[in-house]
Design a binder for this molecule. Structure first.
Ligand code: ADP
Length: 189
């Protein structure tokens, strides 16, 4: 299984990615979570990423790509993975595509085609959910900026993956259970 969860902040990517990962036995790789751990542990990467995150900006690709490449090399990721919060722009998406090509060239058996799930949720609901969540970077002003960054840099990935026949959109404005049920069908199809 190779799955990417796409969608705006607050769409429920993290929650659903964790459920699907546990049920299919693959790691749930959240770049936001990895970054927050680095910030908490005050690593070199954490120090560099901290201000971008607090402002709702994307952390520079140069830092993120290295981090993801290393994570995908770990032993638990050799039979598949779910990426949550990555890719967030076209160059990150190109990077994943290249990585998959390289792994498939070297591998004996395939671990599956890439599927991209787009969780669709109206803006107004997103802001409500994020305000209710109350993470450190969940202030109204930063939330609005994160949504703007999403629209400008991440939303173009919807067409990117549509063009490649890899995208499946799912209505994320429903109960958690309903979404999980549909997701399970989509990923097993
Ligand atoms: P959200 O719930 O807003 O989608 P995440 O936990 O996915 O939050 O990400 C939190 C922050 O971490 C982002 O606002 C951004 O600063 C940084 N970040 C996470 N993933 C990436 C990425 N792939 N590229 C650049 N920055 C990232």
């Amino acid at each position: 299984m190779r799955l990417i969860f796409l969608g705006p902040p607050g769409a429920g990517k993290g929650t659903q990615a964790a459920i699907i990962a546990a049920s299919f036995g693959v790691p749930h790789i959240s770049t936001g979570e990895i970054l927050r751990t680095h910030v908490g542990e005050e690593t070199d990467l954490g120090q560099k990423a901290k201000d971008y995150m607090a402002q709702g900006e994307l952390v520079p690709d140069q830092l993120i790509l290295d981090m993801v490449e290393h994570r995908l090399e770990e032993s638990d990721a050799q039979n598949g993975w779910i990426l949550d919060g990555f890719p967030r722009n076209i160059s990150q998406a190109d990077f994943v595509a290249a990585l998959i090509l390289k792994v498939d060239r070297e591998a004996k058996n395939s671990i599956g085609d890439l599927k991209v799930i787009n969780l669709d949720v109206p803006d107004q609901i997103l802001v409500e959910r994020l305000l209710a969540r109350g993470r450190k970077d969940d202030h109204e002003e930063v939330i609005r900026h994160r949504l703007q960054v999403y629209r400008e840099q991440t939303a173009p990935l919807i067409n990117y993956y549509l063009d490649r026949n890899q995208l499946q959109s799912i209505n994320g404005n429903r109960s958690m259970d309903e979404i999980t049920q549909e997701l399970k069908q989509v990923v097993s199809a």
